[in-house]
Design a protein around this ligand. Sequence first.
Ligand code: FAD
Ligand code: NAI
Length: 475
Amino acid sequence: MSKNFDVVVIGGGPGGYIAAIRAAQLGFSTACIDEWKNAKGGAAPGGTCTNVGCIPSKALLQSSEHYEHAGHAFSEHGIEVKGLSLDMKKMLARKDTVVKQNNDGILYLFKKNKVTFFHGRGSFVKAVDGGHEIKIAGATEESIIAKHVVVATGSNPRVLPGADFDERLILSNTGALAIAEVPKRLGVIGAGVIGLEMGSVWRRLGSEVTVLEALPAFLGAVDEQVAKEAQKQFTKQGLAISLGVKIGAITAGKDDVTVNYVDDKGVAQKAVFDKLIVSIGRIPNTIGLNAEAVGLKLDERGFVAVDGDCKTSLANVWAVGDVVRGPMLAHKAEEEGVAVAERIAGQHGHVNFNTIPWVIYTSPEIAWVGKTEQQLKAEKVAYKTGSFPFLANGRARALGDTTGFVKFLADAKTDEILGVHIIGPQASELISEAVVAMEFRASSEDIARICHAHPSLSEAVKEAALAVDGRALNF
Ligand code: FAD
Ligand code: NAI
């Protein structure tokens, strides 16, 4: 006999597991189905983010930063490290432990919230009286009935034609997070978020990193001033970044891979790498859902088509996260998951796309929320700006990390904050203040009048807000 649930979530990544927990909190009988397997074949909920994305990449970014600092940054503090060495096996094992702690944490949260977890692939069978029949193919096969279904099946890395991932020489994010030995020559195709974060990890650990990017502009979606500073810093650190390239044939040999490309001057080039990371974006994952058979509509780019409330073309079927339009970010997926659970409960779930923060966890970190200066110009919005460099911030000087700045963009008339852009230490944490301010539709004057602890990096945020009105105090 089939089990019946009020809500069944297909996919246990940040969108799915959070939707399931919120639905259970709201009193619904809830199940979550996820097919991710750990190395031993066991359940590993958390999706891309936990297993081969946000969490392991940040674990390796931290380890590699410690290594780099121990190598030279400590010496200016009068700390000499002798006999520095790298145990790659241990570093990767630590990363795996961090991932497992997160997998186990989600399983614990399911238990705590009485979410029934199924390990296997979920697919639509047919509409039935009172909902949808969902098949679960795991160690065994079973069917359940759901009044509401939330599709949260995430995304997969985009394959560069002619360069299939073998995860030995040509690596997706999965392989890039598990290289057993530091490659001497690392190639990266795509100077996006993954390319820069993973390029940074392996450069810090000793690789010569070459980044090949198709677009002529570096980090085109980022505020131009920030992108310019970032390019300067990454180049100074030793990342060889080539923009405006056209990738040609890629050939994997026995132990290396050759990339033919045409550079921005139209000259044919050939580069040989020990490993090649291909990070050219991600595509929605609807494989195995049986979407077509039940009439679940996809849009022209393969995303599950949804309206502003995450409703799909099928009654009582919702979709959230990377598998639908919008930024492919874990926190966006989570917000949509919560909002959908609340809408199912008849509440007014809410996601504000204008205040979703972006962070690139390089060094310096880059973080922003709202509009860039080039967007405001294109939209012909009258704005004013204020910036403050970390060089003039006491805490940044004490930390020995004075790269970058905070930049405010505010409406010329009303002073409402339209965007905040940070490049520098702890930008990922500092951006939250701007997100809160923008969510409350604050003006730059509001931030400028708030007392910030001294000495703290957050004073740079206050000072940039003061600078909008030309009255920064420390610069
Ligand atoms: P996913 O996390 O992809 O989860 C989908 C889950 O559904 C998977 O477990 C999958 O196995 C499962 N599934 C799919 N189909 C089925 C099926 N039919 N039945 C059962 N289960 C199924 N975002 C950030 O915000 N911050 C970061 O720092 C960050 N770092 C990243 C680093 C890397 C290297 C990568 C690749 C991504 C990173 N992201 C980051 C993006 C983030 O991982 C995604 O936006 C996020 O995981 C999307 O969540 P999701 O729930 O929509 O999908
Ligand atoms: P991306 O969209 O960030 O960058 C892809 C880059 O590849 C772009 O600059 C693009 O112009 C370039 N490109 C595309 N085709 C190319 C080609 N044929 N040759 C050369 N360059 C080419 O995608 P990425 O880095 O793969 O990451 C996917 C997504 O994962 C991100 O967009 C982001 O949503 C998410 N992510 C988020 C992180 C974070 O929040 N810190 C970290 C990592 C990933």
